[in-house]
Design a protein around this ligand. Sequence first.
Ligand code: C2E
Ligand code: MG
Ligand code: MG
Ligand code: MG
Length: 278
Amino acid sequence: HAKEQGRNMYQIYSRSMDKRDYHSFLLERDLRKALLKDELVVHLQPRVNTKTGRIVGAEALVRWMHPQLGLIAPCEFIPLAEESGLIIPLGKWMKRKVCELLDNWRNRGIPLIPIGVNISSQRFLQKDFSKEVRSLLEEYQLDGKWLELEITENSIMKNEEYILETLRELKALGIKIYIDDFGTGYSSFHYLKTFKLDGIKIDQSFVQNLSCQSENAEITIAMIKMAKHLKMDVIAEGVETEEELAFLLEQNCFHVQGYLFGKPCAIDEFEKCYLTTV
Ligand code: C2E
Ligand code: MG
Ligand code: MG
Ligand code: MG
């Protein structure tokens, strides 16, 4: 039945779409199947405290192992997933995988570290979001402190009572919430006052070339200062060079993520490189 439907759609699209749309169409069709066939993969990137040199967490980033095209980066299919609504089951799958992994580490006696998961605003803005997270934590008997959520500014643009309620519920579960890609969204400073969020992740576009681009330096300094005054944690994303690191250290920003410390990698590699096994 699904196949028939697919064929009909194919006919509609093949007449009216240009090549690029057609490529997207095929990719979307494959993504639908990928979710069922377990072709998605979780990669992890370490977050480091540069003061202690220790791994203080990780970010979970989705990859797609396409049977013909090979490993596909999220920038190629997350927008498609957003458009088609597939981002909802994809996000659900990601959160479950991360909980499964934490459970697995615990069973193997590996000390846990918090893992951040990216949440699409589409899902975050649905009223039952916190319920999904709560039942997942209950299912795996996990403390909320191990699952961190990265949301974008678009998720908290509207000052609606139910968003406050969602944030309250997540907070009650012990979950930390970070604003991802901070500084690149459309929202105002107003929400920083309204919502009690745990931290910001300074977008990599500000972090890169910090040392030689004075605008980036000024903006980054201001972001770090503001976050500190608001008692929010700051994570600098996309740290690639020693110069960038030195600049951040000087500004008392010790929580970083970037290629300088480690690229996102498969779970087994992450375990080997960064975790202490017993
Ligand atoms: P993000 O959440 O801001 O993730 C950080 C991105 O920066 C990752 O790209 C990471 O590989 C990359 N990155 C980290 N350090 C460096 C660095 O030093 N230099 C450079 N140039 N890049 C660095 P990735 O994995 O391609 O993911 C891209 C975006 O896709 C993510 O941006 C996030 O918005 C989205 N995404 C990834 N996984 C998921 C997911 O499971 N759900 C949702 N909704 N979105 C996801
Ligand atoms: Mg992120
Ligand atoms: Mg980001
Ligand atoms: Mg991003």
